[in-house]
Design a protein around this ligand. Structure first.
Ligand code: DGL
Length: 278
């Protein structure tokens, strides 16, 4: 009679939220994809605005900031952690994984899908200076360099501009016009957005480089990876499908370091709404 009973005993962890963090609003571009893939889950989002940007700080500083944020989220009780920041992942994921029993998922510039497009021309990787300097990224480049010409493009200062204006304002357009002069866009086949902030200005980048250049980011891949991981660990929230709403309902609690918390939370909600998530 009791054969198979185990299958129906729900892991108590399934009801816990998933922690997601970034240095600011960039991780919202990832969170939006995760909510679309996992609409029955609850989330806690932390924006470390007080210490933003991460990408121009020394490696050990970013590592200890990231560990502190992970600690904060772990103390709240989470079943999994998504480091929705390439920079924090590149320097801190191993240490965070060692500290916690729950699955920790990070982000890295999506070189694999870009190389696998098999296009002729350079692959430009836009990311923060720290991500591009990191050992993790350079190991990735070594791995793919025989299949494509990979050109790192450190975008110092861009995260700060996006934090203040993510809706394609003048400053963003001027910055991009400077980076993508006609001369250096000539032989590009693809651009990898190796910073979650840059995904928020994908349209502006596409406008400047033209429709022939393919723009790749790792957000959907991360959301799929998280879903598989939770499935394998039997941590998916098995809440009934009636929780599904169209448009999708965000079950997110926001936390922000720094003084402009309310402004930031409004921005984050606005960005989710732009993705059809209310
Ligand atoms: N969104 C972060 C990333 O993916 C930005 C890092 C920063 O604050 O400089 O790298």
């Amino acid at each position: 009679f009791l054969i198979g009973y185990q299958n129906f005993v729900e892991n108590p962890g399934t009801k816990l939220p998933i922690g997601v963090f970034d240095s600011g609003i960039g991780g919202i571009s990832v969170l939006a994809e995760i909510i679309k893939a996992l609409p029955c889950e609850e989330f806690v989002y932390f924006a470390d605005t007080l210490h933003s940007p991460y990408g121009t700080k020394p490696e050990d500083v970013v590592r200890s900031l990231s560990i502190k944020v992970a600690e904060f989220l772990a103390l709240m009780g989470i079943k999994s952690l998504v480091i929705a920041c390439n920079t924090a992942t590149s320097v801190a994921i191993s240490e965070i994984r060692r500290k916690y029993p729950f699955p920790v998922i990070g982000m890295e510039p999506a070189l694999k899908p870009a190389v696998e497009l098999g296009l002729i021309g350079k692959i430009l990787v836009m990311a923060t200076p720290l991500t591009l300097k990191s050992k993790k990224f350079n190991v990735q480049v070594q791995y793919y360099k025989h299949r494509a010409e990979i050109v790192p493009l450190p975008c110092e200062g861009l995260v700060e501009i996006i934090e203040h204006d993510h809706s394609g304002g003048r400053e963003i357009r001027e910055y991009l016009a400077q980076v993508f002069s006609p001369a250096n866009t000539r032989d590009i086949s693809a651009i990898v957005l190796g910073c979650t902030h840059y995904v928020l200005i994908k349209k502006e980048i596409a406008d400047i480089v033209g429709s022939k250049v393919v723009i790749v980011d790792g957000n959907c891949g991360t959301a799929r990876h998280l879903r598989t991981m939770l499935q394998n660990e039997r941590l998916l929230n098995t809440a009934l499908a009636e929780k599904l709403h169209v448009p999708l309902k965000a079950q997110v609690r926001f936390y922000v370091s720094g003084i402009e918390g309310e402004v930031m939370i409004t921005k984050c909600k606005q960005l989710l709404q732009n993705e059809g998530i209310v």
